[in-house]
Design a protein around this ligand. Structure first.
Ligand code: GLU
Length: 420
Protein backbone atom coordinates (compact mmCIF):
# COMPACT_ATOMS: atom_id res chain seq x y z
CA UNK A 1 0.00 0.00 0.00
CA UNK A 2 1.55 3.31 -1.08
CA UNK A 3 -0.17 5.47 1.46
CA UNK A 4 0.84 6.91 4.74
CA UNK A 5 -2.41 8.53 5.85
CA UNK A 6 -2.68 6.09 8.74
CA UNK A 7 0.94 6.51 9.81
CA UNK A 8 1.12 5.97 13.56
CA UNK A 9 2.77 3.69 16.09
CA UNK A 10 -0.50 1.88 16.85
CA UNK A 11 -1.26 1.33 13.16
CA UNK A 12 2.27 -0.02 12.59
CA UNK A 13 1.73 -2.36 15.55
CA UNK A 14 -1.54 -3.69 14.07
CA UNK A 15 0.07 -4.10 10.62
CA UNK A 16 3.00 -6.04 12.04
CA UNK A 17 0.62 -8.34 13.89
CA UNK A 18 -1.25 -8.89 10.64
CA UNK A 19 1.96 -9.66 8.72
CA UNK A 20 3.01 -12.24 11.32
CA UNK A 21 -0.38 -13.93 11.27
CA UNK A 22 -0.41 -13.93 7.46
CA UNK A 23 3.04 -15.59 7.52
CA UNK A 24 1.82 -18.24 9.95
CA UNK A 25 -1.13 -18.92 7.64
CA UNK A 26 1.15 -18.81 4.59
CA UNK A 27 -1.42 -16.51 3.08
CA UNK A 28 -1.30 -15.96 -0.65
CA UNK A 29 0.61 -12.73 -1.27
CA UNK A 30 -2.06 -11.67 -3.76
CA UNK A 31 -4.57 -11.52 -0.90
CA UNK A 32 -2.50 -9.87 1.82
CA UNK A 33 -2.80 -6.17 0.96
CA UNK A 34 -6.48 -6.57 0.17
CA UNK A 35 -7.20 -8.08 3.56
CA UNK A 36 -5.02 -5.71 5.54
CA UNK A 37 -5.81 -2.30 4.05
CA UNK A 38 -8.78 -0.35 5.47
CA UNK A 39 -11.55 0.04 2.91
CA UNK A 40 -12.35 3.67 3.62
CA UNK A 41 -12.01 6.48 6.10
CA UNK A 42 -13.89 9.64 6.84
CA UNK A 43 -12.67 12.82 8.52
CA UNK A 44 -15.39 15.29 9.35
CA UNK A 45 -15.36 18.63 11.11
CA UNK A 46 -17.90 18.97 13.87
CA UNK A 47 -18.56 22.60 14.80
CA UNK A 48 -20.47 23.11 18.04
CA UNK A 49 -21.47 26.11 20.09
CA UNK A 50 -20.14 25.95 23.65
CA UNK A 51 -22.22 27.17 26.60
CA UNK A 52 -20.14 30.37 26.52
CA UNK A 53 -21.35 31.13 23.00
CA UNK A 54 -17.93 30.36 21.52
CA UNK A 55 -17.79 28.09 18.42
CA UNK A 56 -15.30 25.21 18.47
CA UNK A 57 -14.62 22.81 15.61
CA UNK A 58 -13.72 19.23 16.58
CA UNK A 59 -12.26 16.72 14.19
CA UNK A 60 -14.13 13.42 13.92
CA UNK A 61 -12.81 10.20 12.37
CA UNK A 62 -14.32 6.91 11.21
CA UNK A 63 -12.49 4.03 9.57
CA UNK A 64 -14.46 1.16 8.00
CA UNK A 65 -11.97 -1.62 7.61
CA UNK A 66 -13.78 -4.10 5.37
CA UNK A 67 -17.29 -4.67 4.05
CA UNK A 68 -16.89 -8.22 2.77
CA UNK A 69 -18.93 -10.00 5.46
CA UNK A 70 -21.71 -7.56 6.35
CA UNK A 71 -21.91 -4.08 7.81
CA UNK A 72 -18.92 -2.68 9.64
CA UNK A 73 -19.13 -2.59 13.41
CA UNK A 74 -17.21 -0.87 16.14
CA UNK A 75 -17.09 1.75 18.80
CA UNK A 76 -16.76 5.52 18.88
CA UNK A 77 -14.06 6.92 21.13
CA UNK A 78 -13.90 10.38 22.71
CA UNK A 79 -10.32 10.94 23.85
CA UNK A 80 -7.95 13.88 23.45
CA UNK A 81 -5.28 11.76 21.74
CA UNK A 82 -7.47 10.12 19.07
CA UNK A 83 -6.06 10.27 15.56
CA UNK A 84 -6.74 8.58 12.23
CA UNK A 85 -3.95 6.00 12.57
CA UNK A 86 -5.13 4.86 15.99
CA UNK A 87 -8.72 4.60 14.76
CA UNK A 88 -7.56 2.58 11.72
CA UNK A 89 -5.65 0.14 13.95
CA UNK A 90 -8.67 -0.25 16.23
CA UNK A 91 -10.89 -0.83 13.17
CA UNK A 92 -8.53 -3.54 11.95
CA UNK A 93 -8.63 -5.27 15.34
CA UNK A 94 -12.44 -5.09 15.25
CA UNK A 95 -12.37 -6.99 11.93
CA UNK A 96 -10.34 -9.87 13.34
CA UNK A 97 -12.38 -9.87 16.58
CA UNK A 98 -15.76 -10.05 14.79
CA UNK A 99 -14.50 -12.81 12.49
CA UNK A 100 -12.98 -14.77 15.39
CA UNK A 101 -16.33 -14.90 17.20
CA UNK A 102 -18.29 -15.52 13.97
CA UNK A 103 -20.22 -12.27 13.74
CA UNK A 104 -21.36 -11.19 10.24
CA UNK A 105 -19.49 -7.91 10.43
CA UNK A 106 -16.39 -6.13 9.25
CA UNK A 107 -14.52 -3.92 11.68
CA UNK A 108 -14.81 -0.18 12.15
CA UNK A 109 -13.87 2.42 14.72
CA UNK A 110 -14.50 6.11 15.13
CA UNK A 111 -13.23 8.86 17.31
CA UNK A 112 -13.25 12.51 18.17
CA UNK A 113 -10.16 14.19 19.57
CA UNK A 114 -11.79 15.64 22.68
CA UNK A 115 -11.68 15.18 26.43
CA UNK A 116 -15.38 14.58 27.16
CA UNK A 117 -14.91 15.57 30.82
CA UNK A 118 -14.25 19.16 29.75
CA UNK A 119 -17.70 19.45 28.09
CA UNK A 120 -21.05 20.10 29.75
CA UNK A 121 -23.89 17.62 29.12
CA UNK A 122 -25.35 20.11 26.66
CA UNK A 123 -22.08 20.47 24.72
CA UNK A 124 -21.57 16.71 24.70
CA UNK A 125 -25.03 16.25 23.21
CA UNK A 126 -24.32 18.82 20.48
CA UNK A 127 -21.02 17.15 19.63
CA UNK A 128 -22.47 13.62 19.54
CA UNK A 129 -25.40 14.68 17.37
CA UNK A 130 -23.19 16.71 15.06
CA UNK A 131 -20.81 13.78 14.56
CA UNK A 132 -23.70 11.47 13.63
CA UNK A 133 -25.17 14.16 11.37
CA UNK A 134 -21.86 14.39 9.49
CA UNK A 135 -21.62 10.59 9.26
CA UNK A 136 -25.15 10.04 7.89
CA UNK A 137 -24.00 9.55 4.26
CA UNK A 138 -21.58 6.82 5.37
CA UNK A 139 -23.53 4.77 7.94
CA UNK A 140 -26.72 2.70 7.99
CA UNK A 141 -28.18 -0.29 9.81
CA UNK A 142 -26.68 -2.48 7.06
CA UNK A 143 -23.63 -0.30 6.35
CA UNK A 144 -21.90 0.69 9.59
CA UNK A 145 -23.19 0.31 13.14
CA UNK A 146 -21.47 2.30 15.90
CA UNK A 147 -21.25 1.55 19.62
CA UNK A 148 -19.66 2.97 22.78
CA UNK A 149 -15.93 2.86 23.37
CA UNK A 150 -13.63 4.81 25.64
CA UNK A 151 -15.18 8.15 26.68
CA UNK A 152 -18.64 7.43 25.20
CA UNK A 153 -21.67 5.87 26.83
CA UNK A 154 -25.31 4.82 26.52
CA UNK A 155 -26.63 8.39 26.58
CA UNK A 156 -24.37 9.36 23.69
CA UNK A 157 -25.63 6.35 21.72
CA UNK A 158 -29.24 7.42 22.41
CA UNK A 159 -28.55 10.93 21.04
CA UNK A 160 -26.88 9.47 17.96
CA UNK A 161 -29.76 7.05 17.36
CA UNK A 162 -32.23 9.93 17.72
CA UNK A 163 -30.29 12.10 15.25
CA UNK A 164 -30.21 9.34 12.65
CA UNK A 165 -33.88 8.43 13.25
CA UNK A 166 -34.94 12.05 12.75
CA UNK A 167 -33.14 11.97 9.41
CA UNK A 168 -34.78 8.73 8.15
CA UNK A 169 -38.18 9.74 9.51
CA UNK A 170 -38.77 6.73 11.73
CA UNK A 171 -37.14 5.12 14.74
CA UNK A 172 -34.00 3.27 13.64
CA UNK A 173 -32.64 1.65 16.82
CA UNK A 174 -30.34 -0.73 14.89
CA UNK A 175 -28.16 2.20 13.74
CA UNK A 176 -26.09 2.05 16.93
CA UNK A 177 -25.69 -0.46 19.75
CA UNK A 178 -24.92 0.04 23.42
CA UNK A 179 -28.06 2.18 23.81
CA UNK A 180 -29.97 2.50 27.07
CA UNK A 181 -32.53 -0.31 27.43
CA UNK A 182 -35.35 2.25 27.26
CA UNK A 183 -34.15 3.37 23.83
CA UNK A 184 -33.90 -0.07 22.21
CA UNK A 185 -30.79 -1.31 23.99
CA UNK A 186 -30.22 -4.89 25.07
CA UNK A 187 -30.25 -6.45 28.48
CA UNK A 188 -26.70 -7.41 29.37
CA UNK A 189 -24.94 -5.03 26.95
CA UNK A 190 -23.64 -2.66 29.62
CA UNK A 191 -21.80 -5.43 31.44
CA UNK A 192 -20.96 -7.57 28.38
CA UNK A 193 -17.32 -6.54 27.79
CA UNK A 194 -16.18 -6.56 31.42
CA UNK A 195 -18.21 -9.58 32.42
CA UNK A 196 -17.15 -11.49 29.29
CA UNK A 197 -13.49 -10.75 30.04
CA UNK A 198 -13.90 -11.87 33.67
CA UNK A 199 -15.71 -15.02 32.52
CA UNK A 200 -12.87 -15.95 30.18
CA UNK A 201 -10.32 -15.16 32.87
CA UNK A 202 -12.13 -17.57 35.19
CA UNK A 203 -12.03 -20.37 32.60
CA UNK A 204 -8.28 -19.85 32.16
CA UNK A 205 -7.80 -19.81 35.94
CA UNK A 206 -9.50 -23.19 36.04
CA UNK A 207 -7.17 -24.45 33.27
CA UNK A 208 -4.16 -23.40 35.34
CA UNK A 209 -5.58 -24.87 38.54
CA UNK A 210 -6.03 -21.46 40.20
CA UNK A 211 -9.11 -21.32 42.44
CA UNK A 212 -11.02 -18.09 41.65
CA UNK A 213 -11.88 -17.74 45.36
CA UNK A 214 -8.24 -17.50 46.37
CA UNK A 215 -7.06 -15.43 43.40
CA UNK A 216 -6.30 -11.71 43.21
CA UNK A 217 -6.84 -9.29 40.34
CA UNK A 218 -5.54 -5.82 39.45
CA UNK A 219 -7.60 -3.80 36.98
CA UNK A 220 -6.21 -0.79 35.15
CA UNK A 221 -9.10 1.44 34.07
CA UNK A 222 -12.35 1.87 35.98
CA UNK A 223 -14.67 2.92 33.19
CA UNK A 224 -17.47 0.73 31.88
CA UNK A 225 -15.23 -2.26 31.11
CA UNK A 226 -12.98 -2.22 34.19
CA UNK A 227 -15.79 -1.57 36.66
CA UNK A 228 -18.08 -4.25 35.22
CA UNK A 229 -15.20 -6.74 35.27
CA UNK A 230 -14.53 -5.81 38.91
CA UNK A 231 -18.17 -6.51 39.79
CA UNK A 232 -18.05 -9.91 38.08
CA UNK A 233 -14.79 -10.81 39.91
CA UNK A 234 -16.38 -9.88 43.23
CA UNK A 235 -19.23 -12.29 42.38
CA UNK A 236 -16.69 -15.03 41.57
CA UNK A 237 -15.03 -14.47 44.95
CA UNK A 238 -11.83 -13.19 43.31
CA UNK A 239 -10.22 -10.43 45.34
CA UNK A 240 -9.83 -7.10 43.51
CA UNK A 241 -6.63 -5.67 45.02
CA UNK A 242 -5.90 -2.81 42.61
CA UNK A 243 -7.91 -0.39 40.46
CA UNK A 244 -7.07 2.82 38.65
CA UNK A 245 -8.29 5.53 36.32
CA UNK A 246 -6.71 8.63 34.80
CA UNK A 247 -6.66 10.27 38.24
CA UNK A 248 -4.45 7.58 39.81
CA UNK A 249 -4.32 4.07 41.21
CA UNK A 250 -5.40 2.41 44.45
CA UNK A 251 -3.97 -0.75 45.92
CA UNK A 252 -4.65 -2.96 48.93
CA UNK A 253 -3.37 -6.56 48.96
CA UNK A 254 -6.20 -7.43 51.36
CA UNK A 255 -8.84 -6.39 48.79
CA UNK A 256 -10.67 -3.19 47.84
CA UNK A 257 -14.31 -2.33 48.49
CA UNK A 258 -15.56 -2.20 44.89
CA UNK A 259 -19.07 -1.09 45.78
CA UNK A 260 -17.63 1.88 47.65
CA UNK A 261 -15.38 2.75 44.68
CA UNK A 262 -18.37 2.60 42.33
CA UNK A 263 -20.36 4.91 44.59
CA UNK A 264 -17.45 7.35 44.72
CA UNK A 265 -17.17 7.39 40.92
CA UNK A 266 -20.94 7.84 40.52
CA UNK A 267 -20.73 10.95 42.72
CA UNK A 268 -17.40 12.38 41.59
CA UNK A 269 -17.00 11.12 37.97
CA UNK A 270 -13.57 9.64 38.82
CA UNK A 271 -11.62 7.86 41.54
CA UNK A 272 -9.83 11.10 42.51
CA UNK A 273 -10.12 11.62 46.27
CA UNK A 274 -11.18 8.05 47.06
CA UNK A 275 -9.62 6.78 50.27
CA UNK A 276 -10.24 3.05 49.80
CA UNK A 277 -6.61 2.00 49.28
CA UNK A 278 -2.97 3.08 49.11
CA UNK A 279 -2.28 5.55 46.31
CA UNK A 280 0.09 4.47 43.56
CA UNK A 281 0.81 5.68 40.05
CA UNK A 282 -0.82 3.83 37.17
CA UNK A 283 2.60 2.48 36.15
CA UNK A 284 3.37 1.19 39.66
CA UNK A 285 0.01 -0.54 39.86
CA UNK A 286 0.79 -2.66 36.78
CA UNK A 287 3.91 -4.02 38.48
CA UNK A 288 2.30 -5.23 41.73
CA UNK A 289 2.05 -8.98 42.35
CA UNK A 290 -1.34 -10.54 41.50
CA UNK A 291 -2.81 -13.61 39.82
CA UNK A 292 -4.66 -11.66 37.14
CA UNK A 293 -3.69 -8.35 35.59
CA UNK A 294 -6.37 -6.70 33.50
CA UNK A 295 -5.54 -3.59 31.47
CA UNK A 296 -8.94 -2.10 30.64
CA UNK A 297 -8.02 1.31 29.28
CA UNK A 298 -5.64 2.52 26.57
CA UNK A 299 -3.32 0.79 24.11
CA UNK A 300 0.39 0.10 24.66
CA UNK A 301 0.50 0.17 28.48
CA UNK A 302 2.53 -3.06 28.72
CA UNK A 303 5.71 -2.22 26.86
CA UNK A 304 9.39 -3.12 26.58
CA UNK A 305 10.23 -1.32 29.86
CA UNK A 306 7.66 -2.96 32.13
CA UNK A 307 7.00 -6.35 30.46
CA UNK A 308 9.76 -8.01 32.45
CA UNK A 309 8.42 -6.46 35.68
CA UNK A 310 4.75 -7.43 35.66
CA UNK A 311 3.99 -10.10 38.25
CA UNK A 312 0.82 -11.91 37.19
CA UNK A 313 -0.06 -15.42 36.03
CA UNK A 314 -2.69 -14.28 33.54
CA UNK A 315 -2.75 -11.05 31.53
CA UNK A 316 -6.36 -10.38 30.58
CA UNK A 317 -6.47 -7.86 27.74
CA UNK A 318 -9.81 -6.16 28.28
CA UNK A 319 -8.45 -3.07 26.48
CA UNK A 320 -7.67 -3.13 22.76
CA UNK A 321 -3.96 -3.34 21.99
CA UNK A 322 -2.66 -2.94 25.57
CA UNK A 323 0.54 -4.94 24.91
CA UNK A 324 3.16 -3.73 22.44
CA UNK A 325 4.76 -6.23 20.08
CA UNK A 326 8.07 -5.81 21.95
CA UNK A 327 6.37 -6.59 25.26
CA UNK A 328 4.68 -9.58 23.67
CA UNK A 329 8.06 -11.01 22.71
CA UNK A 330 9.36 -10.48 26.25
CA UNK A 331 6.32 -12.21 27.77
CA UNK A 332 6.67 -15.13 25.37
CA UNK A 333 10.33 -15.47 26.27
CA UNK A 334 9.46 -15.38 29.99
CA UNK A 335 6.87 -18.10 29.44
CA UNK A 336 5.23 -17.63 32.85
CA UNK A 337 2.37 -15.30 31.84
CA UNK A 338 -0.68 -16.60 30.02
CA UNK A 339 -1.96 -13.82 27.74
CA UNK A 340 -5.68 -13.76 26.89
CA UNK A 341 -5.42 -11.64 23.74
CA UNK A 342 -7.66 -8.59 23.31
CA UNK A 343 -9.61 -9.87 20.29
CA UNK A 344 -10.77 -12.80 22.40
CA UNK A 345 -10.75 -11.27 25.88
CA UNK A 346 -12.91 -8.21 25.20
CA UNK A 347 -15.10 -9.68 22.46
CA UNK A 348 -18.10 -9.90 24.81
CA UNK A 349 -18.92 -6.27 24.04
CA UNK A 350 -19.33 -6.64 20.33
CA UNK A 351 -21.01 -10.04 20.71
CA UNK A 352 -23.78 -8.51 22.78
CA UNK A 353 -23.84 -5.53 20.42
CA UNK A 354 -24.62 -8.05 17.71
CA UNK A 355 -27.43 -9.46 19.89
CA UNK A 356 -28.75 -5.92 20.35
CA UNK A 357 -28.69 -5.28 16.59
CA UNK A 358 -30.48 -8.57 15.88
CA UNK A 359 -33.13 -7.83 18.53
CA UNK A 360 -33.68 -4.31 17.16
CA UNK A 361 -34.00 -5.55 13.58
CA UNK A 362 -36.54 -8.17 14.68
CA UNK A 363 -38.28 -5.99 17.30
CA UNK A 364 -38.11 -8.85 19.76
CA UNK A 365 -36.24 -8.76 23.05
CA UNK A 366 -34.39 -11.31 25.15
CA UNK A 367 -33.93 -11.55 28.91
CA UNK A 368 -30.59 -10.85 30.57
CA UNK A 369 -30.16 -14.58 31.28
CA UNK A 370 -30.76 -15.42 27.62
CA UNK A 371 -28.26 -12.79 26.52
CA UNK A 372 -25.54 -13.84 28.96
CA UNK A 373 -25.94 -17.56 28.38
CA UNK A 374 -25.71 -17.05 24.59
CA UNK A 375 -22.66 -14.84 25.20
CA UNK A 376 -20.87 -17.49 27.27
CA UNK A 377 -21.52 -20.16 24.61
CA UNK A 378 -19.83 -18.00 21.96
CA UNK A 379 -16.91 -17.13 24.25
CA UNK A 380 -16.30 -20.79 25.12
CA UNK A 381 -16.43 -21.76 21.44
CA UNK A 382 -13.98 -19.02 20.47
CA UNK A 383 -11.64 -19.98 23.30
CA UNK A 384 -11.65 -23.64 22.20
CA UNK A 385 -10.89 -22.60 18.61
CA UNK A 386 -8.00 -20.42 19.77
CA UNK A 387 -6.49 -23.21 21.89
CA UNK A 388 -6.71 -25.62 18.94
CA UNK A 389 -5.17 -23.11 16.53
CA UNK A 390 -2.33 -22.47 19.01
CA UNK A 391 -1.61 -26.20 19.13
CA UNK A 392 -1.87 -26.61 15.38
CA UNK A 393 0.60 -23.85 14.47
CA UNK A 394 2.72 -23.92 17.62
CA UNK A 395 2.25 -20.17 17.84
CA UNK A 396 1.31 -17.73 20.59
CA UNK A 397 -2.26 -17.37 21.80
CA UNK A 398 -2.42 -13.91 20.23
CA UNK A 399 -1.18 -15.22 16.88
CA UNK A 400 -3.73 -18.03 17.11
CA UNK A 401 -6.63 -15.65 17.75
CA UNK A 402 -5.56 -13.15 15.10
CA UNK A 403 -4.86 -15.78 12.47
CA UNK A 404 -8.32 -17.30 13.00
CA UNK A 405 -10.00 -13.93 12.46
CA UNK A 406 -7.74 -12.97 9.59
CA UNK A 407 -8.12 -16.27 7.74
CA UNK A 408 -11.89 -15.96 7.87
CA UNK A 409 -11.84 -12.48 6.33
CA UNK A 410 -9.29 -13.60 3.73
CA UNK A 411 -11.45 -16.56 2.75
CA UNK A 412 -14.55 -14.35 2.34
CA UNK A 413 -12.58 -12.01 0.09
CA UNK A 414 -11.12 -14.87 -1.94
CA UNK A 415 -14.54 -16.46 -2.46
CA UNK A 416 -16.23 -13.22 -3.42
CA UNK A 417 -13.44 -12.49 -5.89
CA UNK A 418 -11.93 -9.24 -7.04
CA UNK A 419 -14.46 -7.23 -8.98
CA UNK A 420 -12.68 -6.16 -12.17
N1 GLU B 1 -15.88 -0.63 21.50
C1 GLU B 1 -16.06 -2.03 21.76
C2 GLU B 1 -14.89 -2.82 21.23
O1 GLU B 1 -13.82 -2.31 21.07
C3 GLU B 1 -17.41 -2.55 21.32
C4 GLU B 1 -17.72 -2.41 19.87
C5 GLU B 1 -19.15 -2.75 19.52
O2 GLU B 1 -19.90 -3.12 20.42
O3 GLU B 1 -19.50 -2.60 18.36
O4 GLU B 1 -14.97 -4.01 21.02
Amino acid sequence: MNSNIYKSTVFDMACLQFDRAADILQMDHRLRERVKTPKRCMIVSCPIELDTGEIVVYEGFRVQHHLSMGPTKGGLRFHPKVDLGEVAALAMWMSWKCALVDLPYGGAKGGIAVDPHTLSANELEHLSRRYMQEMIPFVGTNVDVMAPDMGTNEQIMAWMMDTYSSYVGSSAPAIVTGKPIGAGGSEGRREATGRGAAYLARTYMQDLGIAPQSATVIIQGFGNVGSEAAKAFVEYGTKVIGISDVSGAFFNPKGLDIEDALEHVAKNRSLAGWNGGDSLSNEELLEQPCDLLMPAALERVIHAENASKIQCRILCEAANGPTTNEADAILLERGDVLVIPDVLCNSGGVIVSYFEWVQDLQSTFWTRDEVLSKLYVILERAKTKVEKQKQRYGCSRREAALSLGISKVAEAKRLRGLFP
